[in-house]
Ligand binder design. Structure first.
Ligand code: NAD
Ligand code: WQD
Length: 343
């Protein structure tokens, strides 16, 4: 058995897939989640897929006392920190909630880690920290700026991690900057389960395909891109999960601390909104009705990663195609039209 990892937010979309990948790689995991955007059913499904009960603690990252109890009763090699709120629009309406949850919550977690001398930290950052990029593909040295409270909360945590690395050189702090995670576990048992009408493209397309929503609105067809629609670096969530395993393996191999080490997790390839709609339609055999509407405020034309740093340092690269992403999303959506809400 390998090292033990605390997975905050492990009941969520990316966390569930990463728990499975960590288990398969031999890590022992403890999930800590307040279920504010997830459900116990997700935990049950992880247990069923790995064939053994998973250790789950319902708790909030802002609750230092509860975290202390967890660190007292386990010896962790490190923490993968997914817990956070992620809806851009909601963050504009409720900035204090986002800063409290995402920034204060992370500070509390880091304080408790320091108390228990756990210094390996992998953080869910986002390509959103790059704002509207000047140069494509985007590498990790690109300038950072954000325009909404969600993005600001990710950037604020990155700055905190940079300062922490300077203050105490024993920390290993890896913000993984995800591009656009999509897809689902190939079993069809776990996937993305938005609470309400989806904000993001892939879950919206899949809910149109399954008949839950009448039509997709495509936000803008006058961008300077291949077909006028936005271009993004979609990455399969199981590839993303493997990126976390690679980051932990990398930390295990180090003889000296790495400090603050940001790494992109993307495929390096851009796909337009219309290309994704067409691929999903081919895979599912469903027509996806759509209409063009105005651009969405705050959207950028194109965003895709340079994936070189992850390849060189972590020995990781994304393997799965846009077809795989659509196939697995469709499998999950058609098997679970109501997500984890099985009643
Ligand atoms: P998710 O909402 O499915 O998962 C987040 C989990 O964190 C949920 O289970 C939620 O209940 C939990 N959580 C939230 N606040 C908490 C708190 N205070 N204490 C304990 N648990 C808490 O989101 P996801 O898509 O799996 O994203 C995981 C992380 O990756 C988030 O930090 C998100 O900002 C980041 N990220 C996501 C994307 C994306 O497109 N999905 C892209 C870039 C970065
Ligand atoms: C992708 C493309 C839209 C919905 C967001 C967050 C980012 C990160 C990932 C967390 C864009 C278009 C979308 C729809 C559309 N999350 N679109 N109709 O905006 O790249 O990134 O999720 O860190 O922070 O901002 O992803 O899936 O919302 O949009 O036409 O109904 O699809 O305009 O071009 P985005 P997305």
């Amino acid at each position: 058995m390998k090292n033990k990892i605390l997975v905050t937010g492990g009941a969520g979309y990316i966390g569930t897939h990463t728990c499975i990948a960590l288990h398969e790689a031999g890590y022992e995991i403890v999930v800590y989640d307040n279920l504010s955007n997830s459900s116990r059913e997700a935990i049950n499904r992880i247990s069923a897929l790995i064939g053994q009960p998973i250790e789950f603690i319902e708790g909030d990252i802002r609750d230092a006392e509860m975290l202390r109890q967890v660190f007292l009763s386990h010896h962790f090699f490190g923490v993968i920190h997914f817990a956070g709120l992620k809806a851009v629009g909601e963050s504009v309406a409720k900035p204090l909630l986002y800063y409290n949850n995402n920034v204060s919550g992370t500070i509390t977690l880091l304080e408790v880690m320091a108390e228990y001398d756990v210094k390996n930290f992998v953080f869910s950052s986002s390509a959103t920290v790059y704002g509207d990029p000047e140069i494509l593909p985007i590498d990790e040295s690109s300038s950072r700026s954000c325009t909404n409270p969600y993005g600001q909360s990710k950037l604020a945590v990155e700055h905190i991690l940079e300062d922490l690395a300077v203050s105490d050189t024993r920390w290993n702090l890896i913000p993984l900057r995800y591009f656009n995670p999509v897809g689902a576990h190939p079993s069809g048992q776990i996937g993305e389960d938005p609470n309400d009408i989806p904000n993001n493209l892939m879950p919206y397309i899949s809910q149109v395909a399954v008949g839950k929503l009448p039509k997709l609105s495509i936000f803008g067809n006058d961008y300077p891109t291949i077909d006028g629609t936005g271009v993004r670096d979609f990455i399969h969530v199981t590839d993303l999960a493997q990126g976390h395993v690679a980051a932990l393996n990398y930390l295990e191999r180090q003889v000296a601390p790495v400090g603050f080490l940001p790494i992109n997790l993307g495929t390096g390839k851009g796909t337009s909104v219309l290309e994704l709609v067409s691929a999903f339609s081919d895979v599912s055999g469903q027509t996806i009705p759509y209409q063009f509407t105005d651009r969405r405020a705050g959207d950028i034309a194109s965003c895709y990663s340079s994936a070189d740093k992850a390849k060189v340092l972590l020995g990781w690269q994304a393997k799965l195609s846009i077809t795989d992403m659509c196939q697995d999303t469709w499998h999950w959506q058609s098997m679970n039209p109501n997500g984890y809400n099985v009643t």
